[in-house]
Structure formats: C-alpha cells, structure tokens
Write a protein that binds this ligand. Structure first.
Ligand code: AMP
Length: 220
C-alpha cells in the first residue's frame, strides 16, 4: 500500500499519517522529518538542506528524490509507505511513479487534506513537536495541547517549535510554494482516480484524528 498525504502546511498531514500508520502498520515517511533529523545531526545532507528549509524553500530534487528512493527501497518500506511531504511538485510525482513502477508498485491512495486558509497560519504558529526523534508526536497548544505544558504526553521529552514555524516570512513562502507548485498535484491524482479529499477544520469540528479514523475504517 502506497499512500500519499497531500495538503498545505498546517492541515495536519503529519498527524493523520502518524495515526493511520499506527493503525495499519505501514511506516510514515516524512521527508521534512528526515531533513530535520539530518539538520540536528549536522550531516552533509542536513547542512545542505537547511539552506533551503530555513527560508521556506523546497530542497532541490537531486537531494530529495534519491533520499526518498533509498527509503522506499529499504526493508522498512517493504510492505508500503505513507508518504508525508512527498511529492510536492508534478516533477516529483512523475519521478515517484517511475521509482514505484520499477518496483512493480503504484500510488494506491492520495489523501488530500483541505483546511481554510485563515486557519493555516495560526495552526503553524501554535504547532509544537516532541523533540525526541523516536517519538516526534505533534501537538497544537490551542487545539490539542499536551497534559503538562511543554512536555510530551507519550514520552516525557520537551516539546519544541519548528524553526520554519516561528518565522512569518518562511511560513508565507511555504504557503506560496504550496499554491504554486504542490496544489496542481490534486488534479494530477484526481485524473489517476486515487484522490480522496477531506476537510479538516475547527469551524466544523472535524480534526485530523476524525479523518484518520474514517480512512482506517475504509481500509478494513
Ligand atoms: P514539512 O515538514 O513537510 O513541512 O517539510 C519541511 C521542509 O522540508 C519544507 O518546507 C521543505 O523545505 C523541505 N521539504 C520537505 N519535503 C520536501 C520535498 N518533497 N521536496 C522539497 N523539499 C521538501
């Protein structure tokens, strides 16, 4: 099963992917998380990627695509993957199709999360992430706060704010890139007949966990 999470930044792709992954036992592969891990560990890939990520720009394909190909070829992904943050452009989607085709696989399902624009910026500013790399649970201090302020409910590690979530310029740039480069993927996957759009919004009291529950039900 190859599943893709689509949606603008702040819609809850990571949360939904994490919940589905837990339930169906297919790994969540987040390109953003892989980059952040490399940045923390100051690897050559991390140092290079940080030049783009800190400004809210996309990391070039010659770095991103081989990285994804390697994970998809690993033992971890032998039964499939939930891709969170990849592809982000039509070019990446076409490259992904080729990578999967060579493995006799294809994109089976694309979940497109839709959240009203006015909620997105607030969601990014109030997002907090567990600093434990093996946990990485995502919180929102308004919508889904931890029991104890600043501390992860699951593992007790400190929560932190992503650097690119605290810089209004980087947030603006990321949303512009989403509109321009990533949103055409909705049409791309609709044409392939694999797209499922889901609204996530506080205004209708429908959160990521509700979407995840529904998707898991459809997979039973
Ligand atoms: P995310 O955690 O998905 O919001 O990703 C954080 C940042 O990592 C993005 O703003 C990009 O700079 C970079 N990134 C993640 N996935 C990709 C991708 N598929 N292509 C290029 N850059 C990416």
């Amino acid at each position: 099963m190859i599943m893709i999470m689509l949606g603008a930044q702040g819609t809850g792709k990571g949360t939904v992917a994490g919940l589905i992954s837990e339930k169906i036992g297919i790994p969540q592969i987040s390109t953003g998380d892989i980059f952040r891990k490399n940045i923390n560990e100051k690897t050559p890939l991390g140092i290079e990627a940080d030049k783009y990520i800190s400004k809210g720009n996309l990391v070039p394909d010659d770095i991103t695509v081989p990285m994804v190909e390697e994970v998809l070829s690993s033992e971890e992904a032998k039964n499939g993957a939930i891709l969170d943050g990849f592809p982000r452009t039509i070019e990446q989607a076409e490259k992904l199709d080729k990578i999967l085709e060579a493995k006799g696989k294809k994109v089976d399902m694309v979940i497109n999360l839709v959240t009203p624009k006015e909620e997105l910026i607030d969601r990014m500013l109030t997002r907090r992430v567990c600093s434990n790399q093996n946990c990485k649970t995502i919180y929102n201090i308004k919508l889904h706060p931890p029991i104890k302020e600043g501390v992860c409910d699951k593992c007790g590690a400190l929560l932190k704010q992503r650097e690119d979530d605290s810089d209004p310029e980087a947030i603006k740039r990321r949303l512009e890139i989403y509109e321009e480069k990533t949103s055409p993927l909705v049409e791309y996957y609709k044409n392939k007949g694999v797209l499922k759009s889901e609204t996530v919004s506080i205004s209708i009291n429908r959160m990521g966990k509700d979407v995840a529950k529904e998707i898991v039900e459809t997979l039973k």
